[in-house]
Design a protein around this ligand. Structure first.
Ligand code: VGL
Ligand code: ZN
Length: 236
């Protein structure tokens, strides 16, 4: 039987009320939902992958890095190969070393105790590159995080897909914040890498519920399961 990895995406101060700079309105329901998944003996997780949005000051996704452009607007940017792409502009968030970047403390404490099976993935650490999917991050041990990699360090980077395959992981279950952005993109990457993929909707929350619904439809269409999806508005 293939092994299963639980992904816990970006459960960090800046995405949570009351102090976060990029709050998910009902985000406070997510840490306890995930903690109960860790405790519930009905579930077995062979590995847990915790992602951390990990931006340097002046990150390309910050509106503050594009004078004259508003938060939540889209700008057209050129990537390293000169190809145009759209970037949504965010408030400054999850800056390395700040409180808003830290994993929610109660969840972090629970994860630290399972250190043998928990990996940390830091993403968005490169100033000029946005990263929504946890699969675009840099993996280290949860209790022994790697120093932020530099461009030169990219070569020895342990690719997450390869690591999961080596461990015999065939199933990926995705939880966390924000549902329509990093959770959905992580699940889409998992499908693209041919993992059996599920999103546990009750352990996610969106900035905009309607956008999350669109992403769940897209995920279902590519063969992922969205478990516990409800049509009722889910608020605090
Ligand atoms: C996220 C916007 C910008 C997320 C991260 O974790 O969903 N959203 N950076
Ligand atoms: Zn971000």
């Amino acid at each position: 039987m293939g092994k299963v990895a639980l992904f816990i995406v970006d459960v960090q101060g800046d995405f949570l009320p009351p102090d976060g700079s990029l709050q998910v309105p009902a985000g406070l329901l997510v840490p306890p939902a995930i903690i109960s998944l860790l405790r519930d003996h009905k579930y077995h997780w062979d590995y847990i992958v915790v992602s951390q949005d990990y931006h340097p000051p002046g990150h390309i996704s910050f509106a503050s890095s594009h004078p004259g452009h508003k938060v939540y607007s889209d700008v057209e940017l050129k990537d390293g190969r000169g190809i145009l792409y759209e970037q949504k502009l965010w408030p400054d968030h999850c800056i390395q070393g700040t409180k808003g970047c830290e994993i929610e403390p109660e969840l972090a404490a629970k994860l630290a105790k399972r250190g043998d099976i928990v990996k940390l993935v830091r993403k968005g650490w490169h100033k000029d590159v946005e990263a929504y999917s946890a699969f675009d991050g840099y993996m280290s041990d949860f209790n022994n995080p790697a120093v932020p990699p530099t461009e030169l360090d990219l070569q020895p980077q342990r690719k997450i897909v390869q690591w999961l395959r080596e461990q015999g992981v065939t199933k990926v279950v995705v939880t966390g914040l924000a549902a329509e952005h990093c959770v959905a993109h992580t699940a889409l990457s998992a499908v693209a890498s041919r993992f059996q993929t599920a999103v546990l909707q009750p352990a996610t929350r969106a900035i905009e519920d309607r956008d999350a619904e669109e992403q769940w439809d897209k995920l279902c269409a590519v063969g992922a399961r969205v478990i516990g999806r409800s049509n009722r508005p889910r608020t605090l």
